[in-house]
Design a protein around this ligand. Structure first.
Ligand code: ADQ
Length: 463
């Protein structure tokens, strides 16, 4: 059995036990890395004056983590630039925010080459390589150029955009061609998978065969949808722990008989926070009986704050929340509690558990794990209601949520009204179906399906 080599922009800290702050992905990949005696390779997050390719290797609990430092120019052009100012907005349908600068493109190519060069000496002939996310799309091409014949898989955590949008990217063809150097390419949803197929069929006159093989550029790659999920056991364990119970109690006291609606997101324009606040304002304006009876707790952790679009959305949200609170608040009630920090997973589980409604309304999202966490944190006999955007990958599996169009204030406002009025038997029925799906599509199922599909691929022949 060959080892598993995981490559991502940043590495997690794989641990044996479900530490409250360890992410689900780090847990799940950590387990796979231990099983396959694997290595997790990525950027250290640090920069040095001149790139050396020096690996920093940490061995622990069966898995090895190897990181490399980049240069400041790499951070600006590759990470803040091409990854977060070009691909992220484009893939989330925000071409108005996409920066198409050649220096970003060059930085992206350079860092992918550096990753390949640094990874090369770590690879053994029967290793399987699993590359993650939009930062590293051309990595297989760089490895193949260096003679690597290992099986290499790629998983995209964010959406794949519609082909007419994707074609606005200079060198879009080269980016897709680079994906044909993988043996397996996985997407979060059928929607993303079919958008990719659509591009291959129309723009490249390629073919998509039954079973998901895409043929173009004289090559074939297997493609599929692999919806990511939660580490359900670790999450439910966290939800039953002391920190969660303490937060549930603390929130119940602070509710003072009111109903809570919750949103938890990275502070990102793709998450539809401004639209959410405006929809909630519409709900308040049209539902006088809700005034002083309901509040929205929005936890929004700042991220990517070196990128101007993130500074702008943050300032806009400060303005919108201030305006809505100013207009509706009374001496002992504020309609929006807006919190800009992050919480540990067990704390979040407790907070979710005290909310009557989970409001998950991204304008585009690869999957969205908050929707699944909200469901997993509910009490089976008296669960809250999930409102979910039709544009989150999670909507393909979570049909029993109240599915909304996040661009329509009226739609979201109606769903808030319906969710808060939903009788308990219907809440229980919907929650049971949702929870079955959360269990079935958990992170182990995702990981095992991807690794099995990668292992099934015939060994590539270099031409
Ligand atoms: P993200 O865009 O970061 O992930 P999401 O799937 O919602 O979005 O995952 C966020 C994770 O961070 C969740 O576990 C959540 O609990 C946590 N989180 C968010 N806000 C937090 C806060 N304020 N405090 C503490 N924790 C917080 C990308 C893609 C998604 C895809 C995931 C996984 O954009 O579409 O689901 O990767 O593939």
């Amino acid at each position: 059995m060959g080892r598993l080599i995981v490559v991502s922009n940043r590495v997690g800290q794989p641990q044996q036990t479900a530490g409250a702050s360890v992410g689900g992905l780090a847990m799940a990949l950590g387990a796979a890395l231990r099983e396959y005696n694997g290595v997790w390779f990525g950027w250290s997050g640090r920069t040095v004056e001149t790139f050396t390719g020096q690996l920093s290797v940490q061995r622990g609990q069966g898995a090895t983590v190897a990181t490399v430092d980049l240069e400041e120019q790499d951070r600006q052009e590759y990470y803040n630039g091409y990854a977060n100012r070009t691909l992220w907005p484009l893939f989330h349908y925000r071409i108005d925010l996409s920066a198409y600068e050649r220096s970003f493109n060059e930085g992206y190519a350079r860092v992918n080459a550096r990753f390949a060069q640094t990874l090369l000496p770590l690879l053994q002939p029967d290793d399987f390589v699993w590359v993650h996310d939009y930062h590293l799309i051309p990595l297989a091409r760089e490895l193949r150029r260096r003679g690597v014949t290992n099986r290499i898989g790629f998983f995209l955590h964010i959406p794949w955009p519609a082909r007419r949008l994707f074609a606005t990217l200079p060198f879009h063809r080269e980016l897709v061609e680079a994906m044909f150097d993988y043996d397996l390419v996985g997407f979060q949803s059928e929607d993303s998978l079919s958008a990719f197929h659509d591009y291959v069929a129309h723009d490249e006159a390629g073919k998509v065969q039954t079973g998901g093989r895409a043929v173009a550029f004289g090559r074939t790659v297997r493609t599929g949808a692999f919806p990511i999920g939660l580490d359900v056991d670790a999450f439910t364990e966290a939800a039953q722990g002391e920190a969660a119970a303490a937060w549930r109690d603390r929130m119940r006291v602070s509710l003072a008989g009111r109903r809570m609606i919750i949103g938890v997101d990275r502070l990102d324009y793709s998450k539809g926070l401004e639209e959410r606040f405006l929809a909630y304002e519409e709900y308040l304006a049209n539902t006088p009986e809700a005034l002083e009876q309901v509040f929205l707790l929005q936890i929004a952790t700042p991220s990517r704050d070196e990128v101007p679009a993130y500074q702008e959305i943050r300032a806009r949200l400060d303005g919108v929340t201030g305006r809505i609170n100013g207009a509706f608040a009374t001496p002992d009630w504020v309609p929006i509690r807006y919190v800009n920090r992050s919480y540990r997973r067990d704390e979040l589980a407790g907070i979710y558990g005290a909310a009557s409604l989970g409001l998950v309304t991204p304008l585009r999202d690869g999957m969205n794990l908050v929707a699944k966490e909200y469901v997993a944190a509910q009490r089976p006999d008296d669960p809250g209601v999930l409102i979910l955007s039709q544009f989150a990958g999670a909507a393909e599996q979570m049909r029993e949520a109240l599915i909304v169009n996040p661009f329509s204030r009226e739609d979201v406002s109606d769903a808030i009204k319906a969710g808060l009025a939903m009788p308990r038997p219907e809440r229980v029925r919907r929650w049971e179906a949702l929870m079955d799906g959360v269990r079935k599509h958990d992170i182990e199922a995702w990981r095992d399906a991807f690794v099995a599909a990668l292992r099934e691929q015939p060994a590539p022949q270099l031409v």
